[in-house]
Design a protein around this ligand. Structure first.
Ligand SMILES: [Zn+2]
Length: 279
């Protein structure tokens, strides 16, 4: 049962609304138009400087544009948190506190060098607008369902930093490809290498895109994971966390994407469509 009702309970919300209704005529002055007050999240702080950085487009990635030209150095210039994949699908990427980790098909974790290239990435300079504890237990589905009402609006972009002590964590990797690329992500993802670990603490970095993003990016939530000991990680497929999750979110209203500059991208036909199961 979903007992998590977001940062404010219904009764608290009603109390805030009553107080707002009583104070509003005094605060705004008689004869002036009423001021819209967001009673559901009065503590929310907007930071208009935050930008969602996006390299390549998801649709191109799905259609085998696996040879990118974004360097790790350029990625780090556009954020201190991020997720994505390295060139030729030679590893999943998660960036935490400015350090971009690479998880290769054998499950090994290393740090990406500045000259390494990336084929798809989301990144942001993380500046938490809101922090809260989500009580356990949670699996990945429950986590996403409980996150929805905690977002100030589903019509903005968000970056997330989530720390937990996971009873189980299941991550996906990618098998390294070589040219000419044969299969797209619609074939590779269902057959991806899987890394599982029990009793592992670590950080999930994630992003949320509104539905209107279409095939430009992953619609809804997308999370990658790295353990605190930096020995296990990848694309989050499933987890179980019985203890509370520490959630930080950063709302973004600027969206900046950079397209690859190479023949693969110039010639790609955006035919196939693929999205993760939406929650
Ligand atoms: Zn992923």
């Amino acid at each position: 049962m979903n007992r998590y009702a977001g940062p404010l309970t219904l009764s608290t919300t009603l109390t805030v609304m009553v107080v707002v209704i009583l104070i509003l005529p005094w605060a705004t002055g008689l004869g002036r138009a009423p001021v819209a007050v967001d009673a559901t999240d009065a503590a929310y702080r907007t930071d208009h400087g935050d930008t969602f950085f996006h390299y390549s487009i998801w649709w191109a990635f799905v259609n085998k544009v696996f040879d990118g030209d974004l360097t790790v150095k350029d990625l780090k210039a556009n954020g201190d948190v991020g997720l994505g994949s390295f060139d030729f699908l030679d590893g999943e990427m998660i960036m935490v506190d400015g350090v971009p980790y690479r998880i290769t098909e054998d499950g090994k974790v290393s740090i990406g060098a500045d000259e390494d290239q990336i084929v798809y990435a989301n990144a942001a300079f993380f500046d938490a607008d809101k922090q809260f504890e989500m009580p356990g237990p949670n699996d990945y589905d429950a986590f996403r369902q409980r996150l929805n009402p905690a977002l100030p609006s589903l019509n903005y972009f968000y970056a997330f930093k989530v720390h937990g002590n996971f009873k189980k964590m299941k991550c996906g990797g990618l098998n390294k490809q070589s040219k000419p690329f044969k299969d797209g992500l619609d074939v590779l993802i269902p057959n991806r290498p899987v890394f599982e670990q029990e009793n592992v603490s670590g950080t999930m970095i994630g992003f949320f895109c509104p539905e209107f993003i279409g095939n430009i990016n992953v619609a809804g939530y997308h999370f990658h994971f790295i353990s605190d000991d930096r020995k296990m990680g990848g694309h989050v497929m499933e987890f179980l966390c019985e203890t509370p999750l520490e959630v930080e979110l950063d709302r973004m209203k600027d969206y900046h994407f950079v397209l690859p500059e190479n023949e693969d991208y110039e010639n790609v036909e955006l035919k196939k469509e693929f999205q993760y199961k939406k929650k």
